[in-house]
Design a protein around this ligand. Structure first.
Ligand SMILES: O=c1ccn([C@H]2C[C@H](O)[C@@H](CO)O2)c(=O)[nH]1
Ligand SMILES: [Zn+2]
Length: 133
């Protein structure tokens, strides 16, 4: 499967999730066009609203390491869901802006169910930077 390595990276990232409150671990792996992969996990906080999802952790890590919108080739996400995990709305907004419309988004779960979609498919009719002009 084309994304087997990226999914394995997301699965490894999930093991590092900090989830004392929800106990719901999520992992993400963001592949760059140069081949580098940034892992992300969810990081929770006693002030629940500060919890950061795995998807955003991966993107923010890549940006903090010098990568820019346009540098990414795929995102994989894994969770302990019955079907392939569905990113939250906040993450869909961030995935779209930093990953771009066409970014392949590979959603999966521990059983190995896989749903291949794109950033734009995951957030139709999105608000974006052009709306600020
Ligand atoms: O796609 C998702 C869905 C949920 N979570 C996290 C947020 C919170 O820590 C926990 C429960 O919502 O799972 C993610 O990281 N990614
Ligand atoms: Zn999220």
């Amino acid at each position: 499967m084309k994304y087997a390595k990226l999914i394995a990276e997301a699965r490894a990232a999930r093991e590092l999730a900090y989830t004392p409150y929800s106990k719901f671990q999520v992992g993400a792996a963001l592949e760059c066009k140069d081949g580098r992969i940034f892992r992300g996990c969810n990081v929770e906080n006693a002030s629940y609203g500060l919890c950061n999802c795995a998807e955003r952790t991966a993107f923010f890590s890549a940006i903090a390491n010098g990568y820019k919108p346009g540098d990414f080739s795929a995102l994989a996400v894994i969770g302990q869901t019955d079907g392939p995990i569905a990113p939250c709305g906040a993450c869909r907004q961030v995935i779209l802006e930093l990953g771009g419309n066409a970014l392949p988004v590979v959603l999966t779960n521990l059983k190995g169910d896989v749903f291949e979609t794109t950033a734009a498919e995951q957030l139709p009719n999105a608000f974006g930077g052009l709306d600020l002009n």
